[in-house]
Each structure stands twice: as structure tokens, then as C-alpha cells.
Design a binder for this molecule. Structure first.
Ligand SMILES: Nc1ncnc2c1ncn2[C@@H]1O[C@H](COP(=O)(O)OP(=O)(O)OP(=O)(O)O)[C@@H](O)[C@H]1O
Length: 535
């Protein structure tokens, strides 16, 4: 029994074994163990559960009699259940034995080489962390992250953004372009080296070196007053927009007649000239006879005055470039506008990628439930493009890194395309259900495990690793947390709400249909007149 931790007993199969633990200090739940199989050699197994009882008299004696091994006589009985992972054959393919294991055979702790080789932990070089409870590095294939997308799902405070930053660092190390949609300004600190008080010890443990990344640029769609730690403003093209582009920006909240009005107005302008602004489109709509024009102006006016639309847009080639990360820091930007910006920016980026004018890379979407919500929760402008990138991105080398604390609220069409899943602690039953639904054959033990994961520990599901593995996510090279807490919060003036004046006289609806009435002067109308003068 030297070196062994237990002995197989009872009815055995080739997918699962039960063993009586002979060395309680030598084996714990989730540990990897090995068993010799007559045809397959050393086979890797993982302990799923352990039970201890004092009423199993007879079990140890039975095993002892059958095998000649002495097993914990006169003590509590500890029984472990382990799942059989398998062994690599000569071609490197993972196989599970075709015949059952023998009762009485010994179970040993698995050695590092067998674990790493069988689980395929070192493929592709993006270093995520250490296999929980070991010193074995877990790596995933960078290219597959680009081609097959990745999701990080966990409840708040469990280490989502920390882990997302670890993956971003791995991409930056290999100069893979990153575009990061950052609603809370959490990733600006990628620029600074990790200066945690215990950083030296952690770096030694995980085998990394602390560093900041100076090839990271923070863009704000607002302005440098609202976001004073941003490096640059993000501007999208606001000149000579086609009717379809204007409609996209307006977020799909238009009736067919309103859409018609926009086409008509832009058509009129383009008959005359090809160089125009949204203000010109507004003016053209204002000069139209249709009663509907006020509704359209009401919807278009915020766009015409939006800061993020400009004559000189930020070049996509600058935003998505080899060796660089562009953080789109949404601080101070209204959530509806954030979605419009994400929708437009990602549509243009995906087109540019298809045309080959930007390199292959990864788009990170934090708070993904707000940008691609599950049907039934809400409709957002950015849903369609994210769904398109999720399903077609792999053909063109555009990957998604989806991060969310509400997996149940993220579009399943997007989540189901993420072949790498990093799952951290989740306790909400709906979120847990959404996760386990997407993981084929997840055991009830693993489900329980997800509820109890400590911060910084993740369950990693990856196509190159034959089963989910528990990973202690490595320490960050760069500092964790946004820069926003360090800068003085500037007060953003809040506009007083303007009360709409009550209509002078209520008109019967039928009359309004039959007789064309001049529409009442709305806020939109007065704003319009203020901007362009009376018409
Ligand atoms: N792998 C790790 N190593 C060390 N500390 C970690 C690790 N993961 C998380 N932490 C710590 O746990 C805390 C929470 O992590 P993080 O900010 O990533 O959580 P989160 O899930 O993104 O939360 P929120 O939704 O509130 O942003 C942080 O203070 C971080 O320092």
C-alpha cells in the first residue's frame, strides 16, 4: 500500500470508481488520482465526493479479506467516489477504458505529468492560473479564444473583472488587438504595474512578473472634462450618414412612416449635395409638411447634438491595432447612448475585419447583459451586432470576451457560441440554471461546487480540456481596479427638467384626423426653433 491512498471496492465500471480511503491525509475532494488498468495503463480520475461513516463495519474487513490489504480497521470509514477521465493513447487521443476496473486495485495520487498530459493543460499559451490545489499551470489556446469566443460568468465580487484582465494581459503579451467596452472604467489600471503589498510573493508563486501596459489607450465617447483620465475622445462619423445609418443610430424605435420621412429628407438633400450633417437632415425634416415630422425630430435631435458624432471620426485602424488595447470607457455616458455607440462601433469594426482592414482580435464586453440581453428582458440596439459576431466572428477572426454577473439575462444565442467558459461563484438559482444548461453533462457535485467557489477560483470549460477544471486564477501583472477612484470626481451639472406646457384646448381625435391641425408646439419644436430659427 506504499504511496496509495485507497482501494477500489464494490461494483466497478469504466466511468466511475468507488474506493475506500486508506490515507485520509492523502486525498481530498477534487484531487486527481490514478489507477492502473490492464489494457489502458495509468488512468486519470478525479475525486468527486467523499463520505465518512462509522456504521460501515465489515467493509474494511471484507476488502482486507479479498485483497490482503489492511484497510482502516476499527476506524471511521471514508469512501471516495471518483470520475474516470481517461488515458491518452499512442496518438494522443483521450480514451476511457472499455472494461471495468478491478475491485481491490490500489488508487494513487496522480503525478503532475499524468495530470498535465491527460488534461491537455498547456496548449496554446494563454496562462490563466494554477490547477486548484496544485502548482500546475493551466493554459488555453489564444487563437481559439479569438476564433471561438469566451465568457466569464459569476456573481458580483467573485473575481470576474480580475479574471477578464488576466485574459486581456495574456492577449496583450502576444500583441493581439483588444477593444474593451468598459461601462465602469475598471480596466484603465491595465496601464499600471500591480503594486499589491504581497505582489512579490504572488508573482513568485504564479511565475509572472508585475508590469503595466503602456500600449493601452483610454477613449471616452463623452469629453475629457467628464472623463479626465481618458487619453482621447472617441468620435464616430456624423457626416454624410446614409438613411440606414441614421436609423441604426436612432436605435430601431421608429415606425415605417417615420423611417420613410428620414429616407425622403436625406434623398432631398442628396439630390442637391453629397456633403451634409445631421443638422442639415433635421432642418430638411423640419421643412416638410408631414405632421409626423415632430416625432422624428424629437428622436433625431439628441443624435444631431450628440458629442460622439463628429466630422473627424476616430479611425478604426487606430482602435483595433496589433499590440494595442483600446478601452472605450463609458463613464458619464447615458446607458441608451452606450448601446448605440457599441452597436455602431462593433458593426463598423466587424465590416472592417471582414474587409481585412483591421487585424484579427478580441472585443471585450463587460456587463454583457446590458448590451445583448436575453429576449424578454429588454431590447437593445447592440443585440443584433453582438449576435452576428458571436455566430460569424469565428470565420473572420473576431472573438468576443463576454463578461456578466447575470448569466440568465444574457442572450443565449451569444452565450452558446462561447466555447471557453470561465465560471466563478454563482448562487442565484436562475443564473446557475442558465450556466448548467449550457454545460453538457454537468454533475450535481459540480453544480454545488460552483455555489461555493471562493473569490479568484474558477471552473474552466475549454474545448481542449476534456472536462471542467478548477483553476486558481493567477495574480494580475497589472494593477486591479479602475483609475476613477483616484481622480477628483467632477460635478456634472444636472439639467432642470422642462415642463411641457398643457395644451390650450383638447381636440377630438376624429377631427385631428380629418382636418390637418397645426401640431402643438412641443419641447422638440421649441428646441428645433432655437437651433435653426423659425420656419
Ligand atoms: N485571482 C485573484 N487573485 C487575487 N485576488 C483576486 C482574484 N480574483 C479576485 N480577486 C479579488 O477579489 C475582489 C473582487 O474581484 P473583482 O473586482 O474581479 O470582482 P467582480 O466579480 O468583477 O465584482 P464586480 O461585479 O463588483 O465588479 C477584488 O478585490 C480582487 O482583488
Amino acid at each position: 500500500m506504499i504511496g496509495s491512498v485507497g482501494v477500489i471496492f464494490g461494483e466497478t465500471g469504466s466511468h466511475e470508481i468507488k474506493f475506500a480511503v486508506s490515507d485520509p491525509a492523502g486525498v481530498r475532494r477534487t484531487d486527481y488520482v490514478k489507477v492502473w488498468h490492464a489494457t489502458d495503463g495509468w488512468v486519470l480520475c478525479q475525486v468527486l465526493s467523499m463520505t465518512r461513516s462509522s456504521d460501515g463495519f465489515g467493509l474494511a474487513e471484507a476488502i482486507s479479506e479479498g485483497t490482503g490489504h489492511s484497510v482502516q480497521k476499527n476506524a471511521d470509514r471514508i469512501v471516495a467516489k471518483a470520475i474516470v477521465i481517461g488515458a491518452r493513447d499512442v496518438q494522443g487521443l483521450l480514451r476511457t477504458p472499455k472494461t471495468p476496473f478491478c475491485p481491490g486495485d490500489r488508487v494513487y495520487p496522480a503525478d503532475s505529468e499524468l495530470i498535465t498530459g491527460t488534461l491537455g493543460l498547456t496548449q496554446g499559451g494563454a496562462y490563466i492560473g494554477l490547477l486548484d490545489g496544485t502548482n500546475l499551470q493551466v493554459m488555453v489556446d489564444r487563437n481559439k479564444l479569438v476564433q471561438k469566443h469566451c465568457s466569464i460568468l459569476a456573481m458580483t465580487g467573485s473575481g470576474k473583472s480580475y479574471t477578464a484582465a488576466v485574459i486581456m494581459e495574456e492577449m496583450l503579451e502576444k500583441e493581439i488587438p483588444l477593444l474593451i467596452i468598459d461601462p465602469h472604467g475598471e480596466y484603465a489600471s491595465l496601464k499600471q504595474a500591480n503594486d499589491d503589498c504581497d505582489i512579490e510573493e504572488l508573482c513568485q508563486r504564479f511565475g509572472v512578473e508585475a508590469r503595466g501596459y503602456d500600449n493601452v489607450t483610454i477613449y471616452t465617447p463623452a469629453n475629457l472634462k467628464v472623463n479626465d483620465y481618458a487619453d482621447k475622445v472617441l468620435r464616430l462619423n456624423g457626416r454624410n450618414l446614409k438613411p440606414g445609418e441614421i436609423i441604426d443610430y436612432m436605435g430601431g424605435d421608429l415606425s415605417a412612416s417615420e423611417i420613410g420621412l428620414i429616407y425622403e429628407a436625406v434623398g432631398e438633400i442628396r439630390n442637391d449635395r453629397m456633403n451634409y450633417t445631421l443638422a442639415d437632415v433635421l432642418r430638411e425634416i423640419g421643412s416638410m409638411k408631414s405632421n409626423m415630422k415632430w416625432a422624428v425630430i424629437n428622436k433625431l435631435e439628441p443624435l444631431a447634438t450628440a458629442e460622439f458624432l463628429a466630422d473627424k471620426p476616430t479611425p478604426l485602424e487606430e482602435l483595433f491595432a496589433k499590440g494595442r488595447a483600446a478601452i472605450i470607457d463609458m463613464k458619464g455616458v447615458n446607458p441608451d447612448v452606450q448601446q448605440v455607440i457599441v452597436a455602431r462601433l462593433l458593426s463598423m469594426l466587424f465590416e472592417a475585419r471582414k474587409a481585412g482592414t483591421v487585424p484579427a482580435g478580441i472585443v471585450v464586453v463587460e456587463e454583457a447583459h446590458n448590451f445583448c440581453p436575453e429576449r424578454g428582458f429588454q431590447k437593445t440596439t447592440s443585440s443584433d451586432v453582438l449576435r452576428t459576431i458571436a455566430s460569424e466572428g469565428r470565420k473572420f477572426g473576431m472573438g468576443l470576451l463576454i463578461v456578466s454577473q447575470r448569466p440568465a439575462k444574457v442572450d443565449k444565442n451569444v452565450l452558446s457560441q462561447c466555447s471557453t467558459q470561465v465560471i466563478m461563484r454563482v448562487t442565484n438559482p436562475n443564473d446557475l440554471k442558465a450556466i448548467t444548461k449550457s454545460l453538457e453533462g454537468i454533475s450535481s457535485e459540480l453544480e454545488e461546487e460552483i455555489k461555493r467557489l471562493p473569490p479568484g477560483v474558477a471552473l474552466l470549460v475549454n474545448p481542449d480540456i476534456p472536462m471542467p477544471v478548477m483553476v486558481q486564477v493567477r495574480v494580475r501583472r497589472s494593477r486591479h481596479g479602475g483609475l476613477s477612484a483616484e481622480v477628483s470626481e467632477e460635478e456634472v451639472p444636472i439639467e432642470e427638467p422642462v415642463e411641457e406646457p398643457a395644451p390650450a384646448q383638447e381636440k377630438p381625435e376624429a377631427a385631428a384626423v380629418l382636418v390637418e391641425q397645426p401640431p402643438k408646439k412641443s419641447i422638440t419644436e421649441s428646441l428645433f426653433h432655437r437651433m435653426f430659427g423659425k420656419r
